[in-house]
Write a protein that binds this ligand. Structure first.
Ligand code: SP5
Ligand code: ZN
Length: 406
């Protein structure tokens, strides 16, 4: 990721209108790059939903549906599958074929997440198995969450492995199976690779991340998320462009049905990163996503929540997308990240908007159309949620059509 490569980038502040038009045309001719890793399929767990313990809605089939739909239209995209020699055991990130990529992953995780938390994700399943708490094919699930209201002292990592699982999670939708860490690492690596490819090839990149990331905080898993892929991607971009004191200006557009509490949290004091989210009002994760959460200190105004009432139509949704675009354009970002979830789809079991397949084309167009002012900002799209499994591929194809991949 040398500067000579990076400086070949299409920036919004191009010198003249004709230059901008030329760059925009060049960009349109280049095909979207899709990054996929079958190691992301390995993680498979259970969750407490309502009052039942059920197979997690966030399933490997979700990713399979998207990948096979895109593979059928491979003329429109270049799909790069990340391959490795061996599977990568729990906690053994060196099992990866590309040691260099893992050094980068470890460094970025250490810079962006709590070290004890990452160690927990890598080791807790093996610990539970070793202590006879679960069989090899069993699941780690929390039982007692950290209590922060104790006046005497801040909570500390408990010794008991059973208790630790509650210390590092905020809900019961983040079970951990034998292969969970392998998928978490693969998912985060896709986010890092996406940034590298965006910088190197001037193309937009879609990272088919699984598990998703936007609910994960620096030290807690939740909402199917274990590592915040958007956070890791932005940190990867920053470390590639560290010659700039302030770091590049980045906009993150979160289109998942649920508010990205983890991403908001991470950048809440950061004036260089604008986070804009459109999500279900008063829905999961319940405690964040309100309009008054606007960022802190010098970052005031750099966090924008646009909650939308349940049952909202596509017209109401598109109005907010338009507003989100205006806010992002005014911020003048050098890079755009999209946290893309399809749980805004009509009939999603975990969402309640009324968006249909063809609407995703309009949503993407609204962000990327020539007149939006965002059309030539280099972008990375990261997969988040979406649970109508059989429609995910179609919905992704519709979105990418609107993004300009025709
Ligand atoms: C990445 C992602 O989309 N995570 C979402 C996890 C949501 N888990 C809890 C859902 C609770 C749903 N309760 C029913 C509300 C239906 N309107
Ligand atoms: Zn979601």
């Amino acid at each position: 990721m040398s500067e000579s490569v990076a400086s070949g980038h299409v920036h919004a502040n191009a010198s003249s209108a004709s230059e901008m038009q030329k760059q925009s045309q060049e960009l349109k001719q280049t095909r979207l790059l899709v990054l996929y890793d079958r190691a992301c399929l390995l993680h498979k767990t259970i969750e407490l939903l309502g009052s039942s313990l059920v197979p997690a809605y966030e399933s490997p089939e979700r990713l399979e549906n998207i990948h096979s739909a895109l593979a059928k239209h491979s003329g429109r995209f270049e799909i790069v599958e990340v391959k490795r020699q061996s599977g990568g055991n729990n906690g053994n990130v060196n099992a990866d074929a590309n040691a260099n990529a893992d050094g980068t992953l470890d460094a970025l995780l250490a810079a962006s997440h709590d070290v004890g938390y990452i160690q927990h994700l890598k080791t807790i399943h093996a610990k539970w198995v070793a202590e006879g708490l679960i069989p090899e094919d069993g699941q780690v699930l929390p039982e007692c969450f950290r209590v922060t209201s104790v006046a005497s002292r801040a909570p500390r990592e408990p010794v008991d492995p059973f208790a630790r699982s509650g210390y590092y999670a905020f809900d019961m939708s983040t079970g951990i199976c034998k292969d969970t860490w392998t998928s978490i690492a693969a998912s985060a690596r896709l986010a890092i690779e996406a940034v590298r490819h965006m910088l190197d090839s001037k193309r937009d990149v879609l990272a088919l991340c699984r598990p998703p990331g936007h609910h994960c905080t620096t030290n807690m898993a939740g909402g199917y998320c274990y590592v915040n892929n958007a956070v890791v991607a932005v940190e990867a971009l920053r470390s590639a462009k560290k010659e700039k004191e302030e770091g590049p200006k980045v906009a993150i557009l979160d289109l998942d049905f649920h508010h990205g509490n983890g991403t908001q949290d991470y950048f809440y004091h950061d004036p260089a990163v604008l986070y804009v989210s459109i999500h279900g009002e008063n829905e999961y994760p319940y405690y964040t996503g309100f309009r008054e959460e606007a960022g802190n200190g010098r970052a005031e105004g750099a966090n924008v929540n646009l909650p939308l009432k349940t049952g909202a139509s596509v017209e109401e949704y598109l109005e907010l997308v338009g507003r989100a675009v205006e806010i992002m354009v005014a911020f003048e970002p050098e890079f755009l990240f999209v946290s893309l979830g399809f749980d805004t789809f009509k009939g999603d079991p975990l969402g309640c908007f009324m968006i249909e397949t063809e609407d995703y084309e309009k949503i993407a167009e609204c962000v990327r159309q020539e007149s939006s002012g965002l059309s030539i900002v280099p972008a990375v799209i990261l997969l988040e949620g979406g649970y109508v499994v059989q429609k995910l591929g179609e919905n992704m194809l519709a979105f990418l059509k609107g993004w300009g991949v025709r």
